[in-house]
Design a protein around this ligand. Sequence first.
Ligand code: UD1
Ligand code: MG
Length: 460
Amino acid sequence: MSLYAIVLAAGQGKRMKSDLPKVLHTALGKPMIHWVLESVAPLEPEKILVVVGHGAEAVSAALPLGTIAVHQEPQLGTGHAVQLAMAEVADSPEDTILVVNGDMPLLGAPLLGRTIAACGGKAASLVSFQAEDPTGYGRIVRNVGGELVRVVEEKDASESERHLREVNAGVYAFSASALRRALSQNDRNNAQQEHYLPDVIPAMIEEGGVAIVKAEPEEVAGVNSQDQLSSAEAQLRKRINLDWQQRGVWMQDPDRVYIDASVTLAAGVRLYPGVHLEGNTVVSEGAVVGPEVYAIDSEIGPGSRVWYSVLRKAQVGEDVEVGPFASLRPGTVLAARSKAGTFVEMKNTSVGEGAKVPHLSYLGDATVGARTNIGAGTITCNYNGYEKLPTTIGEDVFVGSDTMFIAPVEIGDRAVTGAGSVITNDVPPGALAVERSPQKEIPDYAQKLAARYRNRRSKD
Ligand code: UD1
Ligand code: MG
């Protein structure tokens, strides 16, 4: 006896109102289809067959190794999709077929395990739940004795059937032989002129009974529209945040912390509200992040403090201060105990150990040596309209406020630049470079000015 899994992912997802195939829409940075496949994988099916159709190329390209794409063209419904996938299943009557819709990112392996177990000794099992709002779901129809009779799709349901709140989740286990027989008789006489998979249920009841496995909406809600996607994502976020809290991450308000599934956090990390951590972001022990930080594919080192800032492919070392209001763009590397302070932007720039860029600066394509201090308002003029050019600043340099570095330029160790200087030439180690026009004083200027205006006012 073998287990086969069929994941249905060929539908267009019209209700999403998007060109992107529905199952590629992401929740916590991960496509819906991956969430589903991750719930199926622990059951170790003989084969995992994913039925693709709408946007087949993109969906197939997103499938992980070890899954098999089955093409459904045209898409004539969920029953048709399963029938096509069954061609990939060996003709052994003892096999069990697990079928799940590809639009259920909340699924977990334990529920699938229970569904397969419930199918044992019967022709099939299916998962149902009580929906607060059953709109869009197939309704579970039971007889007066409470036994399952059939599933009716919303578009085919009578007025009274529409009021039923027990709905079909879109997760099923079938005995392979019973399923094959029932599918061969699955017609399209319904409102959508589609082969509905749930239409096999009455035949299955006849063949050997269908078990119902009850689930909570939080485990099985389907995603057909943008608002359902955001509800599902909120549910996943709840789970993931709770999981990090259980591993020792402190969150002041977990409802306002947004952590992608791909992010890694250490115990002892502190997250304030408004934190978004995406992609391959890693936050190390003791780091304090937020309020209001957006970090994508970035590293935040141990003990660092980052607040009110945006980080994209940036590496922040140990005990570094970032923000408030810093923008660290790709290629920014901040060594231990350095600082990128208020209204500071950096791109493709490395800042050495203990070096400080405290206020109002732009550093692009720059290297800043250890312990160097960059004065407020300093800018690397790294772009001449055609190419990006480097600025190299040595160790223990004191950069005066409002220095403009016209790249390419190199500043030696321990050099000093005068405030307001436009530095076009290299500065040797230890030298002062100052570029300013001499200051003029006009004695008694204020008095003269006041006198002039006094006269004018008296004329009026
Ligand atoms: C389906 C069920 C409904 C159930 C609901 C649970 C049917 C007919 N109805 O409705 O009883 O309550 O799921 O969420 O099955 N797909 C294909 N090929 C097709 C059509 C659809 O692969 O030809 C795929 C879709 O990509 C999707 C899944 O099957 O992942 C379900 O299709 P969808 O259109 O979302 O069905 P629902 O209307 O949600
Ligand atoms: Mg659906």
